[in-house]
Design a binder for this molecule. Structure first.
Ligand SMILES: [Zn+2]
Length: 104
């Protein structure tokens, strides 16, 4: 499997592939009625599909509890670290410039 092949895939095909390799959960039970949900194609969703409960008709994202959720958390953490680092860096720059401009 090539990365390029993944991009050319139909969203639903891609989802099924991600499920096969374990990056997405292959099944999901409805949090409301505890029934097995079905994977439905949804053009409106960024993911291209979502879980649908045939009983209460509620939808659920395919990302919940998946690799993507963990990835999102990781990205958020990284952004916080970068922001923190940038602030620290600014502080050092100010201190350094003050030191340089000080008459010797
Ligand atoms: Zn339900």
């Amino acid at each position: 499997m090539d990365f390029k092949d993944l991009l050319l895939m139909d969203p639903l095909q891609l989802i099924q592939y991600l499920m096969r390799i374990g990056l997405l959960l292959p099944n999901r039970t409805c949090p409301k009625c505890n029934r097995e949900m079905v994977l439905k194609k949804r053009a409106k969703y960024v993911d291209g599909a979502s879980w649908r409960c045939s009983s209460c008709r509620s939808f659920n994202t395919i990302r919940t509890g998946s690799f993507f959720e963990k990835l999102r958390l990781l990205i958020m953490l990284l952004l916080e670290i970068v922001e923190f680092w940038a602030k620290e860096r600014k502080q050092i720059d100010i201190e350094e410039s003050l030191h340089v401009s000080r008459p010797t």
